[in-house]
Design a protein around this ligand. Structure first.
Ligand code: ADP
Ligand code: MG
Length: 728
């Protein structure tokens, strides 16, 4: 390999690099002290706020009582003093626009009085409301650029924190983001609304079960994040990774994941140093990260926190991704969150573990020990089953996107068909209920028992099924179709809303029966039976990857929206609009706008991929191939002149030349597809992007990967799969 080759330089750099791995000492600051030390949490609030103010704020945080605006000044002042003691010079309202994960604009605490003297200030008004210019964030037509004003509004339920950076620190305040007309422009507001809606409906049911203590029900989320880490030298030498997050070309490595030696394997030293660094930063921010391990594919890893309420879990998940991303370069690596950075090996997902909990700490999806608890569990569980059966397409569309399309339905991730895995034991109970009440074997023989004396339910589902997009795992559901690069806001907003709709249905039925004087447990049994009959088509405990399942699912009438393009129109379908407007999670205008934003984002993503593929094809791959072709041609002529038999070489030259010709044709086709401006609406543009641009990227790749196996290694201009995945 010639020394000017970028690949050999990268490998040299990796071989010679001495990364500073030891940067932390947990003896100095033990974990317990580290955790939450940069968070304006309950403890700090109690310490620093006047008692009545502390109480009022806690009421808002814990019970969802709306915030008393008069306390804002006092909270702001305490926050500022605390932040300045922690070394902060600036504050920012962080929000979740429709692109990317988060956005922030920083303002310093500095003010100057009329005599020119510096003061530090932070008022309640500044805490509660910010005014970032909204015109450069996607709004899907909600807001014209001349109405640029947008507002951020403080979310007191997610505590402010200090983000340390080189040369300073910033007080970060989680906020929602709205247009001046009140239309929602972000991902946090719908999540908060969906949580409230679910709380209201769940409380109705709990009341029927005689629960007088619970004042609020919130959903809990524990997202397991998968990601890849590769050396930064390789990353920088790959325009595709840099600009699109995935490799657009690249022949398979001779060794892939077939040895199954990576999952839960020994974590490389540089990687574990990096993980510990990220974790220390996250601990400080109060993010309860718990688990780390190697994933299935080479150079793939996972990090998982302890679950929290969905709103906080989402903010923490965004923070986690940001810290994982930015810390990687400190250790000479790049962190890849794309759902499918490498073809032919596993992609990355984000398992969204989800449940419902009361403010008194009861997990509503925890099968209890007593029959009474069992009946309540079964009702909430049935609520989830009914929701998924009724709105599978909403769950599909909320995890759609150009990147996740590469993963869903490829035989490694759940299929695009949404179904529920309950596990044998729970499925068995559902089957028994369907036959008219659960039976259990008691000493002395089998007896017929009603819902009041259901058998003891399994605490641990026991078996696992990795092929299901939505699985019950003992005391929670795991929504596995979420993509690794996606925010969990959307998936949880949808999940909360569709479950709220089911709980509303159940509560209404039960309340009606109660009014009519019906026996409570008899009406429970009736409701359960009705739901099981109506929803059982969505239950599937077998292999979600299998061909048979695809056929069976079709027979059952389950939707199979294979790509984003099929899924997107679901957002603006009448039943979706009816659902979200009924519960006031999204207005029709907001749904329209999200639909447009997602169509546009799909087109932009594919176009960037197309342009990047062309840049690499024309500027890197084709020149390398032609140079090599020249070498072979020279050699063919030389051998001919020398009078030796060169027929094999000539054959090779012909094959190489033919492949180069194919490659050039593929370039022309892709260029045309990228340059086309199709007629039609947003979906037509997205469809064109998929059927023409993406299709031609795929075709170009096939020829490029063929060339990669023909062209001399020292000519090949891009780090190979073998190198990126195995040189650490
Ligand atoms: P596994 O998926 O292997 O069963 P765990 O049971 O440890 O792993 O849980 C995985 C994730 O699920 C963790 O983030 C965990 O905190 C989260 N989780 C556990 N219980 C709940 C719950 N009640 N609600 C939401 N997430 C939960
Ligand atoms: Mg899991």
């Amino acid at each position: 390999m010639s020394s000017h080759n970028i690949r050999s330089q990268a490998i040299q750099a990796i071989a010679n690099s001495k990364h500073v791995l030891e940067r932390l000492d947990f003896h100095e600051t033990p974990l317990k002290e580290l955790f939450g030390c940069n968070v304006f949490n309950e403890e700090v609030q109690r310490e620093r706020l006047p008692k009545p103010i502390f109480k009022a704020l806690q009421k808002t945080i814990k019970q969802g009582i709306s915030l008393d605006p008069t306390i804002a000044d006092s909270v702001a002042s305490a926050m500022k003093d605390w932040a300045i003691e922690k070394g902060a010079t600036h504050y920012t309202h962080i929000f979740q626009p429709m692109t990317g994960l988060t956005a922030e604009k920083h303002d310093s605490f500095l003010n100057v009085d009329s005599s020119g003297k510096a003061m530090v200030e932070f008022s309640g008004k500044e805490l509660v409301k910010g005014e970032p210019d909204a015109s450069s964030f996607p709004s899907g037509g909600i807001r014209a650029t001349f109405e640029a004003r947008g507002y951020t509004g403080w979310d007191p339920t997610s505590p402010a924190y200090i983000l340390e950076s080189p040369n300073g620190a910033t007080l970060v305040i989680p906020t929602v983001f709205l247009s001046w007309t009140g239309d929602i422009l972000d991902k946090k507001a719908p999540l908060l609304k969906s949580m409230e809606v679910l709380s209201t409906q769940a409380l109705r049911i709990l009341k029927l079960f005689g629960n007088k203590d619970a004042k609020k029900v919130f959903t809990t989320v524990g997202p397991e994040q998968e990601y890849f880490l590769i050396d930064r030298s390789f990353y920088l030498a790959r325009p595709d990774l840099l600009h699109t997050g995935r490799t657009l070309v690249g022949a398979a490595s001779p060794k892939g994941q077939e040895m199954e030696d990576q999952y839960f394997g020994h974590i490389p030293e540089r990687v574990i140093a990096y993980m510990a660094d990220c974790e220390a930063q996250l601990f400080k921010l109060g993010v309860p990260v718990k688990t780390r391990h190697n994933e299935v594919a080479p150079s793939q890893y996972e990090i998982a926190p302890i679950f929290e309420d969905s709103n906080l879990a989402t903010d923490h998940q965004n923070l986690l991704m940001e810290i994982l991303r930015k810390t990687a370069s400190k250790y000479g690596m790049a962190c890849l969150f794309h759902e499918k950075p490498f073809a032919g090996i596993n992609g990355s997902g984000k398992h969204n573990n989800w449940s419902m909990s009361t403010d008194t700490g009861e997990n509503l999806l925890n099968p209890g020990d007593t029959p009474h608890e069992n009946a309540q569990f079964l009702i909430f569980c049935a609520g989830v089953i009914r929701a998924v059966a009724k709105y599978p397409e909403l769950l599909r569309v909320v995890v759609s996107g150009a990147a996740n399309d590469h993963r869903l339905g490829a035989n490694e991730a759940p299929p695009a068909i949404i179904s529920i895995f309950l596990g044998d034991q729970l499925q068995d109970i559902i089957d028994q209920l369907e036959k008219g009440g659960a039976k259990s074997t008691k000493q002395g023989g089998e007896m017929e028992i009603g819902v009041t004396v259901l058998p003891k339910l399994p605490r641990d589902a026991g078996d696992r099924n990795r092929t299901s997009p939505f699985a019950f795992t003992g005391n929670k559901f795991e929504f596995r179709a979420v993509g690794s690069s996606q925010s969990v806001s959307g998936p949880n907003s949808v999940l909360n809303t569709i479950v709220a709709e089911s709980l509303d249905f159940i509560a209404t039925e039960l309340e009606k029966s109660a009014k009519a004087g019906k026996d409570f447990h008899k009406s429970i049994q009736e409701v359960l039976l009705g739901i099981i009959k109506e929803s059982k088509k969505v239950l599937f405990n077998g292999d979600g990857y299998s061909e048979e399942w695809h056929k069976e699912a079709e027979k059952r009438g389950l939707p199979n929206l294979r790509t984003t393009i099929e899924a997107l129109p679901v957002i603006i379908r009448k039943d979706s609009i009816d659902l979200f407007t009924k519960y006031k999670v999204y207005t029709e205008k907001e749904l329209q706008s999200r639909y447009v934003i997602l169509c546009e984002s799909y087109v932009k993503t594919i176009k960037i991929e197309g342009r990047t593929a062309l840049l690499m094809a024309k500027g890197m791959i084709l020149p390398a191939a032609i140079r090599y072709q020249g070498e072979i041609a020279t050699s063919v002529n030389a051998t001919k002149a020398a009078g030796v038999d060169n027929s094999a070489q000539l054959e090779f030259l012909k094959t190489l030349t033919a492949t180069i010709t194919d490659f050039q044709k593929a370039i022309v086709h892709l260029e045309k597809a990228v340059g086309d401006h199709p007629e039609g609406d947003d979906l037509a543009h997205a469809t064109h992007a998929r059927d023409h641009v993406l299709a031609n990227i795929v075709k170009l790749r096939i020829v490029s990967d063929k060339l990669e196996t023909m062209v001399a290694d020292d000519h090949w201009p891009l780090p190979t799969y073998r190198e990126m995945l195995f040189i650490k």
